[in-house]
Design a protein around this ligand. Structure first.
Ligand code: IPM
Ligand code: MG
Length: 355
């Protein structure tokens, strides 16, 4: 199984190193063979080649089974023009690989209940929300520009969706809902935006193919509020690129830390892009402080979705859970009475627990 690895910037290399430990251990325990090829993207690629996504990187990723990505971005590149920023590389690789459905599971490990910012009674016996974020359309990719006015300037970005783009991501969400609690909430801003009205119409149409799934709709402002008021009402969420970006950060905090949430980006083919939902946290880079769990859980998603190995995926998730049970915590999820450990030790301990 061939995996392209993009360590990226900031804490990217620190956390990806832990993912390697986990995959090496999986390879022993489950008799799987992984071949890694490291490629550059983001700030690292800008420094070497002057562009955030070199053609060679995309070519290699396209020919491979799965791509594992740490994180990209950092202050150093913040003042470059938009199309040359590290983030532009991330958007280009998502688009280039055609991975239009971004799965962001927000699962609260019971051991981390008290690390959540929500009261225990709101969290009840746990939280398990799957956010399906549209990833290759909408305002992230719409036409944008800037022009001079007689006084100051004007700048614009465009939110636009086609029937086809909504249909295919809606279908992914319905399929996932079908395998879970069969409840899907589509989130839009149909009271204001025309693109959202189309979104809602198309989702309703796709729903006809899934009579067993209960579909409801929510405006994004209300959804943001409902997520903190009563997050347990959600099973699967499907939403646009930008709303999904915002709501998945919010959902992650319910689970204790941004450092806990993995993601899988899938398209029509078998290729998948796997990355933690958090950023590159340059202030923590190289200090053995970052939480590698989101990246490690992303490798579990890779085993599940790209390699069809539910057994290995579950083993990684159980290993994470066991290490949390044993009271080990990185600083972002540290609680009184627990044992504070660094990135490396967290990686070692999780790998060692894979059985
Ligand atoms: C994410 C990130 C990216 C996004 C940034 C880094 C471009 O916030 O994956 O959620 O907005 O998609
Ligand atoms: Mg984001």
């Amino acid at each position: 199984m061939k995996i392209a690895v993009i360590p990226g910037d900031g804490i990217g290399p620190d956390i990806v190193k832990q993912a390697y430990k986990v995959l090496d251990r999986v390879s022993e325990a489950f008799n799987m063979k992984f071949e890694y090829q490291e490629v550059d993207m983001g700030g690292a690629a800008i420094d070497k080649y002057g562009v955030p996504l070199p053609d060679e990187t995309l070519d290699i990723c396209r020919k491979i089974d799965a791509v594992l990505l740490g994180a990209v971005g950092g202050e150093k590149w913040d003042n470059l023009p938009g199309h040359l920023r590290p983030e532009a590389g991330l958007l280009a690789i998502r688009k280039g690989l055609g991975v239009f459905a971004n799965l962001r599971p927000a699962i609260l490990f019971p051991q981390l209940k008290s690390a959540s910012t929500l009261k225990e009674e709101v969290l009840g016996d746990g939280l398990n929300i799957m956010v399906v974020r549209e990833l290759t359309g909408g305002i992230y990719f719409g036409s944008r520009g800037r022009k001079d006015l007689s006084y100051g300037q004007e700048a614009w970005d465009t939110e636009s969706y086609t029937t086809h783009e909504v249909e295919r991501v809606a279908r992914v969400a319905f399929e996932i809902a079908r395998k879970r609690d069969k409840r899907l909430v589509s989130i839009d801003k149909a009271n204001v935006l025309e693109s959202s009205r189309l979104w809602r119409e198309v989702v309703c149409k796709v729903a006809e193919e899934y009579p067993d799934v209960e579909l409801s709709h929510m405006y994004v402002d209300n959804a943001a509020m409902q997520l903190v008021r009563n997050p347990r009402q959600f099973d699967v969420i499907v939403t646009t690129n930008m709303f999904g970006d915002i709501l998945s950060d919010e959902a992650s905090m319910l689970t204790g830390s941004l450092g806990m949430l993995p993601s899988a980006s899938l398209g029509q083919g078998k290729i998948g892009l796997y990355e933690p939902i958090h950023g590159s946290a340059p202030d923590l880079a190289g200090q053995d402080k970052a939480n590698p769990i989101a990246t490690i859980l992303s490798t579990a998603m890779m085993l599940r979705y790209s390699f069809d190995r539910e057994d290995a995926a579950a083993a990684v998730e159980e290993a994470v859970s066991r290490v949390l049970d044993q009271g080990f915590r990185t600083q972002d999820i540290m609680q009184p009475g627990m044992t504070l450990i660094g990135t490396e030790e967290m990686g070692d301990r999780i790998a060692a627990e894979i059985k």
